[in-house]
Write a protein of this length. Sequence first.
Length: 420
Amino acid sequence: MSYDKVEVPEDGKPITLADEETGELDVPANPIVPIIHGDGIGTDVGPAAQKVLDAAAEATGRSIAWMRVYAGGSARDKYGENLPDDTVSAIREHRVAIKGPLTTPVGAGFRSLNVALRQTLDLFANVRPTYYIDGVPSPVKNPEEMDMITFRENTEDVYAGIEWEAGTDGAEQVREFLEEDMDIADVIHDGPVGIGVKPISEFGSKRLIREAFDYALANDRDSVTLVHKGNIMKFTEAAFRDWGYELADEEYGDELITEDELWEEHDGEQPDGTVVVKDRIADNMLQQQLTRTADYEVIATMNLNGDYLSDAAGAQIGGLGIAPGINRGHGRCLAEPVHGSAPKYAGEDKVNPTAMILSGREMLHYLGWTDAADLVRDAVEETIGSGTVTYDLHRQIEGGEKVATSEFADAVVETIDELS
């Protein structure tokens, strides 16, 4: 495929689909990987992450042929549009990509450029690993107990974007329909009202939960927790929970057991090779993350719950500056850090690139390059543990060396060379 608005590398081979049914990839030793540096601090953390990922690939006998693609501010500057079709096509064709944070300008035609990419590419699972990096200051006593991965549905719930502004004809039409046709009386207050619709489907729920189940089984995790507000929202969030248990029963047999089965049939002793499926109310889960952190390993939930839970989990291990993320679909992924674009720090070469680097680590895992991925984490942890940190961490620790974004990346690369 030819592109007008993409910088195509001279070398590298495309990643292809090895198995249509499973979504398994055929990854060459020198894959072409699209990269969006991003807006604001993306101009700093994007190149920093690229440098670290190059070093990890090289240290394990591989290379990455970066394909520079554009979205957000960089696309507006070069091409006068926020999300060129070539960018979406390149990520779709090459299957695995990484991006920095994007800012959606007012009047851009998108609610969110990030959401637009996820939905256009059908990246239905927003996957957020949360684990402690030794040496990072944390507000909790035992941050090392946090080792949780959240599977957050990426296409429904609030991300469906179905809402009507207060005072508009659309909002009044929906109110009239609800009150007159659906006989919902004395619920909506008089006067202007904004109305939103929250779709939760069996299809969307089961494919997200299946990703969580498969991950837990493949990675020796003990449990998957379905998080919902089903005590109140009985036909949406409770349905998500019910479809999760139904999926476990229909497709996984003895590999998955419920909490009740664990105690009634196994006296609380979990059989080897099994995963316990449990569920928690969302508000209670926010408490449980703090008070019983080690009890939760894999979370499967809807969009809004997942946003709250994963951000709160990120705070426990030191903040969003070190929290990675990845969006996955069938045979595709787009890695991205959880944090925003922080435009006031753009170009200052001072912010922490760890979240972007560790998002790249998740991308390496998706490629099947586990050795390179582990090398990235080890090098980041050793660098931070030595006291070589950016300003955000330096102000919270005693001693240490405060370095720029690019200098931190250089230090991680140097550590990769030492470890490999």
